[in-house]
Write a protein that binds this ligand. Structure first.
Ligand code: DHB
Ligand code: FE
Length: 285
């Protein structure tokens, strides 16, 4: 048994990683964003999770278009930051948790989620930027990380409903974990990507803050309805890359049906993306 201490939904804008890596947080463009996320960083520092399960998408870094797993689970002892064309980000190596990850694999596959097992997987901005958003610039990441990679790059991506079901299956796995550190293990789960954005084509630069905020409202209060939104709706309302938002449903599924919203922010501009950050905890009342 483990304790799920919270769920985080966050964008993974690469320019945010570059702003941190190149010391630009105090520039007028970036200061408002970093000021807004400061309470989220304080919440994270107070939780001191042992493990973060980070649900993210690879952007053709670890997986080429020759091989596209719909869902992949990283079971390695460590994961290197990927080279996305400018050399790897100078951030710490990500330390995995093989014992819990293999339990997740066994439990998920026994639960009819036939997830791909990744013994080696470099992690790109989809995973490292959310860690930087929440932890800043530590010498080592302060917890272990289990990457779960979702295909939202090549049609057809999984549905929001399937992602919500995967999250609930991950929760069943966490509840049945009996590993050597099970009694004391505090887990935070990240659903990353989004929010509204489109990086190419006639509508490049599209941001729809109204959609983003309504998406968060529904994710919190009515996930079983929100998860039914079609892929076409995401593309129409949130742009072609807005489809990354289905991954937030995995995070939501790991939490209880009733949650408390601990923190929310939405900020524009950061590069080309409606940038959202949401923290949820299982309801206490
Ligand atoms: C941007 C956002 C993304 O999600 C991504 O993968 C790449 C770039 C952007 O806003 O620039
Ligand atoms: Fe992306």
């Amino acid at each position: 048994m483990t304790t799920v201490v919270g769920g985080i939904g966050t964008s993974h804008v690469p320019a945010v990683g570059a702003a941190i890596d190149h010391g630009k947080q105090d520039e007028p463009y970036w200061r408002p964003y970093f000021d807004k996320i400061q309470p989220a960083r304080e919440w994270m520092a107070a939780q001191q999770p042992d493990v973060c399960i980070v649900v993210y998408n690879d952007h053709a870094s670890a997986f080429s278009l020759q091989l596209i797993p719909t869902f992949a689970l990283g079971v390695a002892a460590e994961f290197q930051p990927a080279d996305e064309g400018y050399g790897p980000r100078q951030v710490p190596t990500v330390q995995g948790h093989p014992e819990l990850a293999w339990h997740l694999a066994e439990s998920l596959i026994g639960d009819e989620f036939d997830i791909t097992i990744a013994n080696e997987m470099d992690v790109d901005h989809g995973l490292t930027v959310p860690l930087s958003v929440m932890f800043g610039e530590p010498d080592a990441w302060p917890c272990r990380v289990i990457p779960i990679c979702v295909n939202v790059i090549q049609y057809p991506p999984p549905s929001g409903k399937r992602c919500l079901s995967l999250g609930r299956a991950i929760r069943r796995a966490l509840d049945s974990y009996a590993g050597s550190d099970a009694d004391s293990l505090k887990v935070v789960v990240f659903g990353t990507g989004g929010m509204s954005h489109q990086l190419q084509g006639e509508r490049a630069g599209l941001v729809n803050a109204e959609f983003d905020l309504a998406f968060m409202d529904e994710l919190v209060a009515e996930p079983d309805t929100g998860c039914l939104r079609s892929h076409t709706t995401y593309i129409r309302e949130a742009g072609s890359e807005g489809i990354e938002l289905v991954m937030w449903f995995v995070m939501r599924g790991v939490l209880d049906d009733d949650v408390d919203e601990v923190f929310r922010m939405h900020h524009v501009p950061t590069s080309n993306t409606g940038n959202g950050l949401l923290i949820l905890q299982n309801a206490t009342g």
